[in-house]
Ligand binder design. Structure first.
Ligand code: BG6
Length: 459
């Protein structure tokens, strides 16, 4: 039997987001792009289930936090809802303040460190109407929202994140049509990406000037493995890495964009607009802590065909996705499972990003129809245990090889509403009965409890 011991004070827990768990309780918050898109096109959501109810964390957080404690959490990442905290005129919603205060206090009372994220795909609709992150004015509104959140909660919250997976609203909303506003326009996409980074930096600058905790960003890093060592495949994977990893990782950690990315966008006349002072802002405000979300690798090959000159310019002009024969799949989500990817990401951070302090902020496995696996009232999710075990084995090796990994959070604590996939795939340690909202621990929750109590992974 092999035993792997994790460092003392390792952060064990899970992650969730406001829009996916709170429920919107019309009247207590303003509409987000998700409420709006669901009103317009409910057919874009699996089984036409929208964001209004979710798992009702808003009313059940005390029970949920107690469960977190009972099942081995010493930390938990949640996000605040911008649309809940501030109304359309920017006034603070006192009901929201009471709610978040109580959530934070309850976590702390259970010795669970709150990791608080400010933005998880949930742009308030009235700000989207003003241009969303295409608009510099909305960037400033985001900074005001962050300042408000810090002034209200940073006496107790010491670990903050600005954005979760900031590239996803860019991909979904402005390149590939899987988030509102369903635009396909790379120029606008790159402007949104750039402004998101400017917003992140402005918030970091404010935080570092006034507070003494840690602030970071959460990035979904997907290694871009080339099909082969052929120079054309290597070039395809390099460009893919520039677009999908380094476009946020480099400015967040190194304070500048990769030269190759700038040159490529210049060649295609797709550079975003910048303002005087941006360069210094980007350079001067590195993060303290990086969250890494990892679900799947990306495999790419050189393009087989020249893109049609009239088709919209997209990152995919430079690579094709590659389906490696024999790859292991999560067939429900259509994502490859490649545990070693987590190790490769960490080694890259160690060797090329100054071994920045980081943690796994999301990793997990969404499975459809989990009721199939119920035995004696409990979902026997051995596949999830295997999934976590496999990733932790590689993560442990990265730690042994000197990577500064400080924790592991599963996505997610309890089954939640998952954007356009709604409740198709379930990810939680706890299942949620959508009618009664009752929560039941799955087998993986018991397994995780034992892991975190001993701090040891055994097999
Ligand atoms: C991450 C997001 O990308 O993946 C979560 O941060 C999301 O919000 C999770 O729920 C799982 O993805 P999906 O599309 O299966 O819900």
């Amino acid at each position: 039997m092999t035993t792997r011991t994790f460092p003392k004070d390792f952060y064990w827990g899970s992650a969730a987001s406001a829009e996916q768990t709170e429920g919107n309780q019309h009247g207590t918050k303003v509409k987000t792009i998700w409420d709006h898109w669901y009103d317009l096109e409910p057919n874009r959501f699996f089984d036409e289930v929208g964001p209004s109810e979710t798992s009702d964390f808003y009313h059940r957080y005390k029970e949920d936090i107690k469960n977190m404690k009972d099942f081995g959490h010493n930390s938990f990442r949640l996000s605040l809802s911008w649309a809940r905290l501030l109304d359309e005129s920017g006034q603070v919603n006192q009901e929201a303040v009471s709610f978040y205060n109580d959530v934070i206090d309850t976590l702390i009372a259970h010795d669970i460190e709150p990791f608080v994220n400010l933005f998880h795909f949930d742009m308030p609709m009235h700000l989207q109407e003003q241009g969303g992150f295409e608009s510099r004015a909305v960037v400033d509104q985001f900074v005001d929202y962050a300042k408000t959140a810090f002034s209200l909660f940073s006496d107790r919250v010491k670990v903050w994140f600005t954005f979760n997976e900031p590239i996803v609203p860019v991909e979904g909303g402005y390149l590939y049509d899987f988030h509102y506003p369903n635009v396909v326009d790379a120029k606008r996409a790159f402007q949104v990406a750039y402004h998101t980074m400017i917003a992140h930096k402005k918030v970091c600058a404010h935080y570092h000037a006034h507070y003494d905790g840690k602030i970071g960003i959460i990035l979904n890093l997907t290694p871009s493995y080339p099909r082969s060592q052929h120079p054309s495949d290597l070039k395809a994977s390099h460009i893919c890495d520039l677009f999908f990893n380094r476009s946020f990782l480099d400015p967040a950690v190194k304070g500048e964009y990769p030269e190759d990315l700038i040159n490529l966008l210049k060649d295609y006349d797709h550079l975003p607009k910048t303002e005087p002072g941006d360069k210094a802002l980007l350079k001067d405000n590195p993060i303290d802590f990086l969250g890494v979300n990892y679900y799947q690798p990306r495999r790419v090959k050189a393009k087989a065909h020249t893109p049609h000159p009239d088709s919209p310019f997209l990152p995919d002009w430079f690579f094709d996705n590659y389906e490696m024969p024999g790859r292991k799949m999560n067939v429900y989500r259509g994502w490859e499972i490649y545990e070693k990817g987590i190790y490769d990401i960490m080694i890259n951070l160690r060797d090329n990003y100054d071994n920045i302090d980081c943690f796994i902020s999301e990793n997990g496995m969404g499975v459809q129809n989990e009721e199939r696996f119920i035995k004696d009232g409990r979902i026997e999710d051995d596949y999830r245990i295997d999934f976590i075990h496999g990733h932790l084995t590689w993560l442990h090796r990265a730690i042994e090889e000197g990577c500064h990994v400080k924790g592991y959070h599963l996505w997610t604590f309890m089954d939640n509403w998952s954007w356009a996939n709604a409740y198709k795939n379930r990810y939680g340690f706890f299942s949620v009965d959508l009618k009664t909202k009752n929560r039941t621990a799955k087998k993986s929750a018991y397994w995780f409890k034992q892991l975190t109590e001993t701090n040891r992974l055994t097999k």
